[in-house]
Design a protein. Structure first.
Length: 195
């Protein structure tokens, strides 16, 4: 792969979609880099980017607690009131995050009134989050806070072993998820995987 290939892969997998004031924040669960995700979510909430935050993530290997519960405890420790949070604690993958998260949100608010969602999650999975929301929560405007907790600038993703592996894994699985109907392509000028 040459520099142009790397740039096209990065632009596809990690699209830049600036965060916008939204009806709902949606933090996708993670077990890695939790402090960075919580810092980002708290900063967005303090800046008035959303009033309610849906945190979705179930129990993962090596933990007895759901990702959403672990993240919620950290958010509250940073000053976010519990009443801001909507927790979904069963999801084990991104599709379940959205499907089960939407069902959980419907128990706490009028989801038909949600016209915009600010997705918060791993930079290397940015496109997949947006594509999954497009497929399973259609009709909402989405924006993104992509958290880079790899310790290198995004333009140097290919120089960091773990960052590179995660981006290339995303690039490999998105076409499979499209074929399986788990995600829906975005309507942008990068709607087809490069190469």
């Amino acid at each position: 792969m040459d520099a142009a290939d790397l740039q096209r892969i990065a632009a596809y997998v990690m699209p830049v979609v600036p965060a916008c004031r939204s009806d709902l924040g949606f933090l996708f669960g993670t077990r890695h880099g939790v402090p960075a995700f919580c810092d980002a979510a708290c900063d967005l909430w303090r800046d008035g980017m959303f009033d309610r935050l849906l945190v979705s993530g179930g129990v993962t290997a090596g933990s007895a607690h759901a990702e959403a519960d672990i993240i919620a405890a950290e958010l509250v420790r940073r000053g976010m009131p519990e009443e801001v949070l909507i927790l979904e604690t069963a999801a084990t993958n991104t599709e379940e995050n959205v499907v089960l998260g939407r069902l959980r949100a419907a128990q706490c608010m009028d989801v038909d009134a949600v016209r915009s969602i600010l997705a918060i999650g791993k930079i290397c999975a940015a496109r997949r989050y947006l594509m999954t929301l497009r497929r399973h929560w259609p009709g909402v405007r989405t924006s993104l806070c992509a958290v880079n907790d790899f310790g290198v600038p995004v333009e140097r993703w290919h120089e960091h072993e773990v960052f590179r592996a995660r981006v290339l894994a995303e690039f490999d699985k998105i076409p499979r998820y499209l074929r399986a109907g788990c995600v829906q392509e975005l309507d942008d000028d990068m709607s087809r995987p490069p190469l």
